[in-house]
Design a protein around this ligand. Sequence first.
Ligand SMILES: [Zn+2]
Length: 470
Amino acid sequence: MRLTFWGAARQVTGSMHMLELAGGTRILIDCGLDYENRKEFENKNANFPFQASEIDLLIITHAHIDHTGNVPNLIKQGFAGEILCTGATLELSDFLLHDSLNIQRMEMQKKRKQSSRKKGKVKFGNIPQPLYAKKHIVDMIQMARTLEIGENYKFNDEVMVSFHTSGHILGAVSARLEVKEEGKTKVIGFTGDLGNYRSKLVPDPIPMKGLQYLISESTYGGRKHITDSRLAEEFILEEVLDACVKRGGKVVIPAFSVGRTQAIIFTLHQLYREGKLPNIKIFTDSPLAIKSTKVYQYNMQYLNEEAKQFQSKYGSLFDFPLLHVIEDERQSEILSVLPEPCVIISAAGMVEGGRIQMHVRNNVGHDENTILIAGFCAEGTLGDRLLSGQDFVEIDHRKRPVRAVIKRTDVFSAHPDHPQLLDYFDRSNDGQLKKLFLVHGDATQMDTLAADVKGCEVVTPNKGQWFDLD
Ligand SMILES: [Zn+2]
């Protein structure tokens, strides 16, 4: 059996790993978009380093675009095998992939405009097209077979697949494969993305058992979450009281539409039910977040005990009188200049594009406001520039003074940190683990993590590198 790393190898995005079995079965685990470098987007994603039609089974661990974003393109290029994922992953993927296609179209339009300005220099044929069409997303949804956590699925005489709780976001799983080859059974585990321990809404990741090989994410390898003895609800309450009540300002929270937004709304709802939240309006302003919030609400089986108990007591995870949902852009513009104290939760998480950019632009210059960065921001993003402590930031080609309080927290992080990853590896090794492959992480940090792992060989493969698993 051969394992080849075709993506997320010594980088974070573009998850795609291939297993080729002795009997000829080819399995792909995730098929995500590589968006590490915007300029290289088409080169990295348009073509596959293998024949799409030769893949028999595609396993999708969760709905994030860096794990699913190239599936419609795989179908466009001839993949006609089976797709396996959880029901929640399928629901979330449907609209996340449509959103990803819209973003691609907007980028292409921008490029077309730029090229028409430089008439004669760029031929129309050189302008890249979106990677796929709507039809391919529809095909994907129709081709998928849902498998739930704890079920075993016998794909053929060689392979048995089961899904295990990985936390992270709704419906996310780790995939455990039992492969029969030459009379021997080999067990390989793919973590997918793991969740932070004690997360809001989603359960803790549960390590897979009996593994000989483990392929694990390492996003927060080499890093520790900002230590904060306060619980998420204590932290968020303090920030709201400080900005909205003491200073009469706003708390602006950039948050990813899937996962982070729901965790924050749920936390505010908990505070409201406990009678702790002051009487201020909470706005959620992201069309994608509205859709994902519904999927969270109607897929309770994937959520943790705290969420289930809250639901049975109050009848809803997210609905409470202080919460206002912003639907259209006009409402969003009005909100961004609203004078009263309030909380605004909007996408995208790293403050790159999306409606959040407008909210930050209109609120960053006032010292009564707080901008609360609730997660990792890649270098160079507006979120990162805000955190760097500069007196001015450039937003929409204009320098703006930074007078608002800028804060960062990891209480809502969707990934385990360095010590949690080491603990997970320890608990995944019941004495049979031969090799641990680290993927989905920054190259240097991955090496730091690899050096701390005990009890098995650790590899941090390069893109295209393959290993025979015996
Ligand atoms: Zn993810």
